[in-house]
Design a protein. Structure first.
Length: 310
């Protein structure tokens, strides 16, 4: 394989953010990669503490890359430190960092979703871990380690696909946008086709509520028209909640919300029941922090995810 001084481009499409280039310290070759597309990826944010280990659930486009640096004499720390500095310079916050036994050794390593050997080698007594987050929602996790004659770097990136765009709206004394309407030019189907999923953000759910308002809802009108003209396409409606209450109750609640949306699509819009199903994952994939009332409201949502086009 060709060896090169590698610049890793972490492409960020959400919110029009600029791409981030990470320069690996040395001649490198990519050994493997995996694109999980739109997913939810857990990352440890504390040392291993059994069931009490703190985790960050990052949601978006998940991509894993593994690199080998043959012949390098750099230590695992020397491999990760330049990457840390580049992330900090790009505005990332270092949420957690640790080394081998201080992380939790074997137990910690197997909390990590890494590309397997031989693409990514991890010496359980000689590795470094770093978790970084950006205010725009991007999450990056890096693991570095060594073998006798080579260094190894694993980079996982999560880029949110539905982070709300920042909009500057001039003050107006006119009437407010009615509930149940979308922002001007909001094309739900364009987002669904481009990203594989879309938040139906004209729907609203109060804490503990499962019923939709009377509507009509523009997002459901668009979804119904799309499914009618694409009879082979199937979608899954996925309900999400805030963190008020326990996980079991919230999972059940989120599923009921998704089922309510499915029922509306079938009864009011004539969508075939075979084209739409409903699931719920509670508060496991927040869009933003649940620390504020505004954040909790944002996290109470239903998303449409393309499941099949055949």
């Amino acid at each position: 394989m060709l060896l090169l001084s590698l610049s890793v481009v972490l492409s960020v499409e959400a919110n029009g953010a600029c791409a981030l280039d990470l320069d690996l310290p040395g001649a490198s070759v990519e050994t493997a990669s995996r694109d999980d597309s739109l997913s939810a990826q857990p990352f440890p944010s504390s040392a291993y503490q059994g069931d009490a280990t703190q985790m960050v659930m990052a949601e978006g486009a998940v991509i894993h890359h593994a690199y080998r640096l043959p012949g390098t004499s750099l230590t695992a720390f020397q491999l990760i430190q330049p990457l840390r500095k580049q992330l900090e310079a790009a505005g990332f916050h270092i949420a957690f960092a640790c080394a081998d036994s201080l992380c939790g050794g074997f137990d910690f390593r197997y909390l990590l979703d890494l590309l397997p050997e031989p693409a990514m080698h991890v010496d359980l007594g000689n590795f470094q871990y770093l978790l970084a987050q950006h205010p725009d929602g991007r999450t990056i996790a890096i693991v570095t380690s060594r073998a006798t004659s080579a260094g190894f770097v694993h980079i996982s990136t999560v880029t949110p696909s539905d982070t709300p765009d920042v909009e500057l709206i001039a003050p107006s004394s006119g009437p407010e946008t009615p509930a149940g309407t979308l922002p001007p030019n909001r094309n739900v189907i364009a987002t669904l086709e481009a990203r594989g999923r879309v938040v139906l953000d004209d729907l609203s759910f109060e804490t503990g509520a499962t019923e939709l308002g009377a509507g009509p809802f523009a997002s459901l009108t668009q979804i119904a028209a799309y499914l009618t003209t694409h009879p082979l396409t199937k979608i899954v409606l996925v309900g999400h909640t805030d963190t008020v209450g326990g996980l079991a109750n919230n999972t059940a609640l989120s599923r009921k919300r998704a089922e309510a949306v499915r029922a509306r699509l079938i009864s009011a819009h004539g969508v075939s029941p075979d084209q739409v199903s409903a699931e719920g994952i509670g508060y496991l994939a927040p869009r933003v922090s649940n620390a504020t009332a505004e954040g909790r409201e944002t996290n109470r949502r239903v998303e449409a995810v393309i499941a099949s086009t055949q």
